[in-house]
Design a protein around this ligand. Structure first.
Ligand code: COA
Length: 174
């Protein structure tokens, strides 16, 4: 049996930005900034109300989740606001202890149920589909500003039938 989860979830805004970058460098390859996910949210800031950190029992940073304002622009030029989730990152030595799930639950619980926007992410369907109901099926006609694996472009929303079948995903521009 695994040890009980010894992580505390706090707002990401409480964490030194330099520590967040260090953690992301450890969880991902150094070229992470070239990823298409970074281009989708270029020029936006993560949303403090939907971004969290996990601290271990000695208060060291063990994981982070960030959520960004993006939009899917349909063929008529209409921008459909969405939330882009990611990266979700857990330090290598604490992976598989439930911290990723705890970060996702914190983010999903903070969504406003009265006006919940579709949540989009690029991630493993085996993880985000299995535990949180994300699906690549509605996204297959969407275009991104860079290369990606279509089976990893995932979305979760209350009513998938309202999602445009086609569109271009990019930053939310005010
Ligand atoms: C992916 C990640 C966020 C998951 O967080 P975690 O704290 O390690 O995972 P959890 O403890 O919450 O979940 C564990 C379960 O998920 C499964 N799992 C973990 N990562 C998985 C993956 N990439 N694909 C499929 N299943 C996965 C485990 O097998 C385990 O399943 P079990 O409960 O049946 O044993 C974390 O491993 C990580 O940071 N990885 C490196 C960065 C990355 O690839 N991020 C995803 C892209 S945004």
């Amino acid at each position: 049996m695994r040890a009980a989860l010894m992580a505390t979830i706090v707002p990401l805004a409480d964490i030194d930005p330099a520590l967040i970058e260090q953690l992301l460098d450890r969880a991902f390859e150094p070229e992470r900034r070239q990823r298409t996910a970074y281009k989708i949210r270029e020029g936006t800031d993560w949303l403090p109300g939907l971004s969290f950190a996990a601290l271990d029992d000695e208060d060291y940073l063990a994981g982070t989740i960030q959520t960004w304002p993006v939009a899917l622009t349909d063929a008529d030029g209409r921008a459909h606001p969405m939330l882009m989730v990611g990266p979700v990152a857990v330090v290598p030595e604490m992976q598989g202890e439930g911290i990723g799930k705890a970060l996702m639950v914190a983010m999903l619980s903070a969504l406003d149920p009265r006006a919940s926007l579709p949540q989009v992410m690029i991630g493993d369907p085996e993880y985000y589909g299995r535990f949180f109901g994300f699906s690549a099926e509605p996204t297959q006609g969407w275009l991104l500003p860079g290369p990606y694996d279509p089976r990893r472009l995932l979305v979760r929303c209350d009513n998938p039938s309202v999602l445009p079948r086609e569109g271009v995903l990019g930053p939310w521009r005010k």
